[in-house]
Design a protein around this ligand. Sequence first.
Ligand code: FE
Length: 136
Amino acid sequence: MTQQTDKTKTDWRKQLTPEQYRILRGKGTEPAFTGKYHECRDVGVYRCAGCGAELFSSDSKFDSGTGWPSFHSPIGEGSVAVAEDDSLLMRRTEVLCANCEGHLGHVFDDGPAPTGKRYCINSASLDLEKRDEPAG
Ligand code: FE
């Protein structure tokens, strides 16, 4: 996979849907309970909708009740990056794709074991690559 941080705004606009562009490149947020993955229980790997990098495994997904897909861990160390976000008059920690710097969502400290983290991610930033569940 190539680094994609040098893509221009025009490149991204051509590649992404308007909603994906608004969220991934404009740090937007989809309304709760509107995305395609908040209730998804399919097994597989959630990739970045911008660049295809692997971000989260369905193994770490849990039902947070928030209306956004939520994970307790990224798929690998270094697959996501974080940044302080002081917008909306509160301090939050933004989560970004480490490969293309696309905005994914935010991470909070009220998640389940084993990490206690809740990665609250926009469905529009994700692309699930389904894997067949082992039989039995
Ligand atoms: Fe990406």
